[in-house]
Design a binder for this molecule. Structure first.
Ligand code: ADP
Ligand code: ASP
Ligand code: MG
Length: 404
């Protein structure tokens, strides 16, 4: 007997037939003698619709009300899956974040889970009931609904698995595992049987949407065994594991892309000590994360600072900089939302030189201009024009010999 958390993403609960399919899979695990808790996302497309409605009413919407709106998608599917389970004769009940409670910090729209009280759910699982929990949401210190950022149901699932001391956390989605890159862009991408926490964390953080970054961070910290697998087939998925468990380590594990960033250039700022602080402190104060940064060498006494922020933060970032224009003393802001970040990731980079060189050469051969570069110990990222996303990912996938 094992205790299992089963998480189903949006495509897995996209309509009533799929909700029934989920219920069947859950019941099958219970019938094997396991204790099962379920975490669900909203129906595919539902969260996008809810987000769009908020944006249409107000581009700089109140984040607390945004959360009140976007958290509703998961409430629907949790109830529906509970009903479908009951229809199969399986005792089940739905739980919203606040009912458990899933306590988060107050960062509305991108809240972090602080604690989960698992006792009541464990009690009920022992009695044979299946808790069906809304992913993506929690309750903040202000007693208001919070959401965990896009893709946050993965994090709900891992946090619940930790809170329930579950033996495994199965993330059911529309692909049958983690691939060397997004199989939608590169059809001959290779499925990985295992991937290290570290590589998965890096891939997720640079855009591989198959797992939310924080879910991997949490799994690594809490030693949760995560498997990514399909809710439409019965084949084993990809296990996320410690480095020692991966036998044959490639230099590059995978390639990811993100179209979720926007580029901002602060033009002609006075080149003096403290200028980076003057630019980035107002952004930090507004709760905006900055990703890639470059500062030009100054020809006269001024310089340009270029950086990227998440597209969802773009308007707020612009507003924060404009409000601080006098103190910073820049001439103008030049912005570009038509960019993509392409990244190659692999722990093998620690011991092998030449990964970045191969990347730059491959992109140059395709005539793709690199706008910004950033690196970490196991990753190289470049910013390019968005129209080259597919071309760049495919070319790199071939260059690093990842094609199946
Ligand atoms: P869910 O709704 O189940 O949470 P997501 O859309 O969030 O599903 O994540 C699954 C998607 O992630 C896949 O359909 C795939 O297009 C994308 N993806 C991106 N990179 C990868 C990768 N390296 N391996 C597998 N899937 C990936
Ligand atoms: N429904 C939320 C989203 O679309 C959370 C999730 O699916 O993980 O971002
Ligand atoms: Mg997802």
């Amino acid at each position: 007997m094992a205790r299992i958390v089963m998480k189903f993403g949006g495509t897995s609960v996209a309509d009533l037939d799929r909700v029934r399919n989920v219920a069947k899979r859950v019941k099958a695990e219970v019938d094997k003698g396991n204790e099962v808790a379920v975490v669900v996302s909203a129906m595919a497309g539902q969260t996008n619709q809810l987000v769009t409605w908020c944006q249409q009413l107000s581009p700089l919407f109140d984040a607390r009300e945004y959360d009140a709106v976007v958290a509703t998608g998961e409430q629907v599917t949790a109830g529906l899956v509970a009903i479908a389970l009951q229809e199969l004769g399986q005792d089940a009940r739905s739980w919203q974040g606040w009912q458990i409670a899933v306590e988060t910090d107050g960062a509305h729209g991108k809240a972090r889970i602080e604690s989960i009280d698992g006792e009541e759910l464990i009690e009920r699982m022992k009695r044979g009931q299946v808790p069906v929990v809304t992913g993506f949401q929690g309750i903040g210190p202000d007693n208001r609904i919070t959401t965990l950022g896009r893709g946050g149901s993965d994090t709900s699932a891992v946090a619940l698995a930790a809170g329930l001391k579950a033996d495994q956390c199965d993330i059911y989605t529309d692909v049958d595992g983690v691939y060397t890159t997004d199989p939608r862009i590169v059809p001959n991408a290779r499925k990985l049987n295992k991937i290290t926490y570290e590589e998965m964390l890096e891939l997720a953080s640079v855009g591989a949407k198959v797992l939310q970054t924080r879910s991997v961070e949490l799994a690594m910290k809490e030693h949760v065994r995560v498997q990514v697998l399909s809710s439409f087939t019965d084949i084993p998925g990809t296990l996320v594991v410690d480095e020692e468990e991966v036998v044959e380590q490639e230099i590059v594990a995978g390639i990811a892309y993100s179209r979720d960033e926007a580029k901002i250039t602060v033009r002609r700022v006075p080149d003096r000590p403290g200028i980076a602080a003057a630019v980035f402190v107002p952004l930090a104060d507004a709760g905006i994360n900055v990703d890639m940064i470059v500062q030009n060498v100054s020809a006269d006494s001024t310089t340009d600072v270029t950086f990227t922020v998440g597209k969802t933060d773009f308007l707020r970032a612009k507003a924060a900089l404009e409000a601080a224009q006098k103190e910073i003393g820049f001439a103008e802001l030049v912005t570009d939302q038509n960019v993509a970040k392409i990244s190659v990731v692999g722990v093998g980079m620690r011991s092998h030189a030449g990964v970045a060189g191969t990347m730059f050469k491959t992109l140059a051969e395709r005539g793709i201009n690199i706008q910004v570069i950033s690196t970490s110990e196991i990753k190289v990222s470049v910013l390019v024009a968005a129209e080259y996303t597919e071309l760049a990912v495919r070319a790199l996938h071939t260059a690093y010999k990842l094609d199946a």
